[in-house]
Design a protein around this ligand. Structure first.
Ligand SMILES: O=P(O)(O)O[C@@H]1[C@@H](OP(=O)(O)O)[C@H](OP(=O)(O)O)[C@H](O)[C@H](OP(=O)(O)O)[C@H]1OP(=O)(O)O
Ligand SMILES: Nc1ncnc2c1ncn2[C@@H]1O[C@H](COP(=O)(O)OP(=O)(O)OP(=O)(O)O)[C@@H](O)[C@H]1O
Length: 504
């Protein structure tokens, strides 16, 4: 599908530019067409991957496509998921591309190198762009906001051994571990439970906290170029006035409030309101029908690590419109209902079984194929542990799918449009006087490897132990949070927010 658009035999590295990267892949975007190529990366010490043949690498990427298409799409919804296509590229092109992008790569990601041996890649639509039919008549480049929301609920599994895990969410605890290990220099005040709460005040503050300290959870693109993200130099605070300058023509086109700090607040407030509308919109429901709601069970939707005022947390109604992107992601994350502490013993059961019956690995689809039968195994897993291998494997499949949903990102592309643009009603946000067309997508839906479960278990203990140590009374780290993370555009600390909500 995409390959014909690209003419694979005429690939030229000058048609592509560096777009971004994560831990496992590097992405380049086409300078004219709304396409990206996602190339795999591997650690230079990782012998196994550097020696992958073209066929193995192609199979690996095809597995990602199959998993997105046959497993994640049915769970998250057709509208949000673009599975893309595995392609084989000329090796010369890939080598030239690798040299071209090297200078643009952030130092913190250079512990891995791009795969220049296999020539395989994943071709996807460029989700920072809106499809041309949605941009008709608008004169400004589209904006795209990327949010990596992480896990939005507290575990309630009876396997959880430490009480704190049912009070403080994994993201908030992990922040302390990341600070201690030097990954970040400041704690983020973002709490995923606030974003997923469906309560507009809590969601507003969650997004505000993402803007203040984006880490790897928040980016903004304008016309496909990343204009706002965490800098490699983590000492620097984000320049919110600079961000507001970019946003002003979209949200305050008349410029009535001038360019001061006050107007920056107004502009960023508008941006947050539009993002909330996109995150809460129910795509499958006709506008006239009151959408059904997704309710987070009591006690699983508020985190004691969140800095929000207790009253706000207590009174926040925990409801998400049923088919909105957040409800879809949260529902999939909640397939993990045993927690890693419940999954780890099942992993050992499966390992023992595979030692005794190695040929079972394929029947149980431990490493795929990710087809309908994989989805069925996951969905038809017995509700109670009957001691069977089917139960253990079904639970592990569910856990891995939930892990993917806990690590995915949401892309919200928006562009102002005129009254006469004749848009599909579902793709429109009316905010104050401006009308925006928008699209919402979910990316990074790769399968998480079966054999990463022991690692997950160790990491869970490390995060927990570090959190308990660092939050003991008189501990310096708690004080550091206050010093290193001033609130930048509302009040400080436990926030009492007075917001004006516009009807949307
Ligand atoms: O384990 P977590 O929660 O730290 O998530 C990892 C992410 O770290 P984060 O905490 O979001 O900064 C991590 O992101 P960064 O490299 O830190 O940007 C990856 O997304 C990693 O996934 P994978 O192993 O590359 O498939 C993620 O690992 P998985 O656990 O999802 O496999
Ligand atoms: N289809 C796309 N369109 C536009 N940008 C994209 C697309 N896919 C990825 N990107 C950009 O490239 C970045 C890296 O991609 P991705 O998150 O898939 O990498 P990863 O290595 O799998 O990440 P992780 O660290 O979470 O494992 C994303 O954060 C996003 O900004």
């Amino acid at each position: 599908m995409y390959s014909c658009v690209m003419e694979l035999d005429k690939m030229d590295e000058n048609d592509w530019k560096y777009h971004g990267e994560g831990n496992k892949s590097l992405v380049v975007s086409h300078v004219q067409h709304a396409r990206v190529l996602r190339l795999l990366k591997y650690s230079t010490e990782d012998d196994e991957n550097s020696h992958k043949t073209t066929e193995q690498a192609f199979r690996h990427i095809q597995n990602i496509v199959d998993y997105s298409k046959n497993v994640m799409k049915p769970l998250l919804g057709d509208k949000f998921v673009h599975n893309g296509e595995a392609v084989k590229l000329p090796l010369d092109f890939v080598r030239q591309l690798s040299l071209k992008v090297q200078l643009e790569r952030p130092e913190s990601r250079c512990d891995k190198v791009m795969d220049t041996f296999s020539g395989c890649a994943l071709c996807l639509p460029n989700l920072t762009q809106l499809s041309s039919c949605c941009c008709f008549g608008q004169h400004r480049p589209p904006l795209c906001i990327e949010i990596k929301p992480k896990c939005g609920f507290l575990p309630s599994s009876r396997h959880v051994t430490k009480e704190v895990k049912s009070k403080v969410c994994r993201f908030c605890m992990h922040q302390h571990f990341k600070l201690a290990s030097g990954k970040w220099k400041r704690l983020s005040r973002y709490c995923p439970l606030d974003l997923f709460s469906g309560n507009k005040q809590r969601m507003y503050l969650a997004i505000k906290h993402l803007i203040e300290e984006p880490q790897n959870n928040f980016k903004i693109f304008k016309g496909g170029e990343c204009i706002y993200s965490c800098k490699d130099d983590a000492d620097m605070l984000q320049d919110l006035d600079e961000l507001a300058k970019h946003m002003r023509p979209y949200f305050l086109p008349s410029g009535s409030l001038g360019n001061g700090h006050q107007s920056s607040k107004v502009v960023l407030n508008e941006l947050i309101q539009v993002l909330m509308s996109a995150l809460l919109s129910s795509w499958d429901c006709p506008r006239t029908v009151e959408p059904r709601k997704t309710q987070i069970p009591d006690g699983r939707g508020t985190c004691e690590g969140s800095i929000l005022h207790r009253d706000l947390l207590r009174n926040g109604n925990h409801c998400l419109p049923k088919d909105c992107v957040l409800a879809k992601i949260l529902g999939t994350q909640m397939l993990d209902n045993l927690d890693i502490e419940g999954v780890n013993p099942l992993f050992r059961r499966v390992e023992q079984h595979l030692q005794d019956f190695p040929k079972e690995r394929s029947r149980l689809q431990i490493d795929g194929p990710y087809n309908e039968s994989f989805l069925e195994k996951m969905q038809n897993c017995p509700a109670e542990d009957d001691g069977s291998i089917e139960y253990a494997v079904g639970k592990i499949h569910q856990y891995r799918v939930a892990m993917t949903a806990k690590d995915c990102s949401i892309m919200i592309a928006i562009a102002p449009c005129g009254e006469d643009d004749g848009l599909d009603q579902n793709l429109e946000i009316r905010h104050t006087k401006t009308r925006f067309s928008y699209s919402v997508s979910i990316l990074d839906l790769d399968p998480k490897p079966y054999d990463s479960i022991p690692h997950q278990s160790k990491l869970d203990s490390k995060i927990l132990n570090n959190y308990l140590r660092s939050t003991q009374p008189n501990n310096q780290e708690v004080d550091n949070m206050e010093l290193t993370n001033p609130s930048l555009f509302l009040g400080r600390d436990r926030e009492d927010c007075t917001l004006v909500f516009h009807p949307v």
